[in-house]
Every structure is written in structure tokens, then in C-alpha cells.
Design a protein around this ligand. Sequence first.
Ligand code: C2E
Ligand code: CA
Ligand code: CA
Ligand code: CA
Length: 277
Amino acid sequence: LAASDSGGVATYHPVLDQQSLRRLQLGTEIEQAMADGQISVVFQPIIDAQSSDIVSVETLVRWAHPRYGSISPDDFIPLAEQIGRIGAVTDHVLDLALARCRRWLDQDIALSVAVNLSVHCLTEPDLVTRVRGALQRHGVPGELLTLELTEGSVVDDSVRDSTVLADLHDLGLRLSMDDFGTGYSSLSQLRQLPIDEVKIDKSFVLGMSTSQGESFIARSIIELAHNLGLRVVAEGVEDEMTRNLLTEMGCDKLQGFLVSRPLPDDRLENWLLARTG
Ligand code: C2E
Ligand code: CA
Ligand code: CA
Ligand code: CA
């Protein structure tokens, strides 16, 4: 707020700083940016911890802005959530991911894709219809799709009391609790919600090779999840030591720079070819 003096009475009017202006501007550009192909996706492989086979890829959104260069999803996803555009971004990403999955199926490769789903989307009344429609449009069976519940994984009461997660589950897809251990994601939620998998947040995994505390947290999450019949994915695996620790702990799947960075479509294709020989 800035003060201006008008005849002895100070009045206040809001002043937009550069950053807020840029954010507002960006928000108005999201829709057009999707239409123009500026918003695309990359894929990061997820491997089976025991066999090292690739089992899935996580779809991560990218925005190549003509003036600002590459904008991180950590910056524009929260913005899209705030201005009510996250549903449109989700549909766009889902469309690109399922199109890719379909092309693999045509090559006889049944590789599952994971798509991040902001918990904000869970309150959109037509979400289940849109996801079902996208699967049908691309001819991809629900079993090949995982939805990762992101954004602090705070599933509020209205969502818990609704049937949205059960309805998504009924499409045959898997539900994964992202960033587990951070924010407000809680143990009781794991029991109450139809979740198939948890992802140990990379903030714990990154510290495992140097900190016993982080290793202890990872071990506890794995044990707990397994006791509840859930699978566990560790993200942010950057070194061999961490990989070995996680494998010994019985972690089911691994994802991180050690395996591969997120890759654009064509480079993923080469990566797959090089790996499978
Ligand atoms: P996330 O879902 O937890 O995704 C993992 C993030 O960690 C990705 O960052 C990935 O590039 C990064 N990462 C992967 N392996 C490693 C590693 O070994 N070390 C380190 N230091 N980092 C690693 P990215 O792509 O910048 O995405 C950031 C976040 O933005 C995601 O976190 C997710 O919450 C959100 N996001 C990305 N794409 C989408 C989307 O399509 N929809 C929604 N709603 N959120 C998205
Ligand atoms: Ca994720
Ligand atoms: Ca995470
Ligand atoms: Ca995250």
C-alpha cells in the first residue's frame, strides 16, 4: 500500500509491484500459451528397485515462455491454481501424456504414465468425467494411468466425504500420494483414502546419503506404507548409496537424476532404446 497526500487526508491505494504485475500478466497468458504449444511436458523414468526395469514415467509440465524463458512449474502451477486455470492445465497435460502412452501401446509397449493432479482439481465437479473422457479418447486403459495427488497432499474434509477418489479409482487407475512426509499429508489419510502408493518426498531422499535422520524417516515411511498394503516410490534418487539404501529397505520403485533426468519425448525414446537394447 502506498500513501498519497490528498488535502491533508492520507488515502491509501494498492500499488502492484513488478513481481505481482508479471504474475498477473502470466496468468492471462496461460490459455494462449497452451494453444501455442509453449506449454509442453517432459517424462522422467521410474524403475523397479529390484529389477531396474522401467515401469512408468512421470509427466512433468514445462513452459517455454517467449520473453521470460523457461518458467518452473513450481512458479506457474500455484498461479494457475489461484486464478482457477489449473483444470485447463491438467487437461492439457493429461492429453499429452495419454497421447504418448497411446503411441507406446501402438508399438506394443505397455508403459504406464503418471500425471500430477493438484488437490484443487478434486473439487471440480466434472473431474471424473474429464479423466474418463481423456482415457476413452486416447484408447488407453485406466490401469496404465497413475494420478499423483500433489500440493501438500492436503485432502480436505469435503473431498474426503465425497466419492471423487473412489470414482477415479473405479476408472481402474492408480492413486499416488505425492510429497509424502511433507505438508499436512497424514497417516490417517493413507488409511481412509483409496490410495495405492506413496511417494517419499525428495527432501528426505536427497539427505539420505549424509544424514541418518533422513534415512530413518525413509525407512519408517516404507515400513508403514507396506503395512498398509501400499507401494512406495522414492523420488530424488541422485546417488548409488541412496539407491542401495532404499533397495535394502524394500522400497518398490525409484526415480531421480541417478536413473534419468526428465526427458523430452524424443530423448526418452532414445533412452528406452539404449536401455532395452
Ligand atoms: P513433484 O511432483 O514432486 O516432481 C518431482 C520434481 O523433482 C520435478 O521437478 C523433478 O524434475 C524433480 N526431480 C526429479 N528427480 C530429481 C533428483 O534426482 N534430484 C532433484 N533435486 N530433483 C529431482 P519439476 O519438474 O520442476 O516439478 C516441480 C513440481 O511442480 C512437481 O513436483 C509438481 O508438484 C509440480 N508439477 C509439475 N508438473 C505438474 C503438472 O503437470 N501438474 C501439476 N498439478 N503439478 C505439476
Ligand atoms: Ca509428482
Ligand atoms: Ca515431491
Ligand atoms: Ca512437489
